[in-house]
Unconditional design. Structure first.
Length: 149
């Protein structure tokens, strides 16, 4: 494959690697947001239960009111469970995006190495051609000097 073609392939692979890196970062950010939301839900649940305890011990709660509070705590628990499921899926997505990014990096690196190898080979060919020309020139000079004698 010609060097210019490899340069084109390398540019495409660099773009793909950058896109994979962006996808990986986006998945990480989404996971972080989901984890923060879970933390907020858990903290709200704790604060809500402590509020119930405070209000209940100070005033006393009617059974129906206490049942409403328990129902709401149950809904908060369900929301936390749902958030954990989202986090689990997001974690899998982060792992997938990481593997895709690493694969793109490896492919880009392989093309860079191939391109470097082709450039070295071209330089070696050029050096050999120059050496042949120098040898031929030296040989002709020698023959001319010898013929002149």
């Amino acid at each position: 494959m010609a060097t210019s073609q490899l340069d084109t392939v390398l540019r495409v692979e660099i773009e793909r690697e950058q896109a994979a890196a962006n996808n990986f970062r986006a998945a990480q950010n989404q996971l972080l947001e989901l984890q923060q939301k879970l933390t907020q839900l858990q903290q709200y649940r704790i604060d809500y239960i402590e509020g119930i305890k405070r209000d209940g011990s100070a005033v006393g709660l009617a059974a129906s009111r206490y049942q409403q509070h328990l129902s709401f705590v149950g809904k908060l628990d369900l929301a936390c469970e749902q958030q954990l499921k989202f986090i689990s899926k997001a974690t899998l997505l982060v792992d997938q995006r990481r593997r895709e990014w690493i694969a793109k990096q490896q492919r880009k690196k392989a093309i860079e190495l191939l391109l470097e190898k082709k450039k070295v080979e071209a330089m070696q060919r050029q050096t050999r051609m120059e050496q042949q020309l120098m040898d031929e020139f030296s040989g002709q000079q020698f023959l001319r000097r010898r013929a002149a004698m």
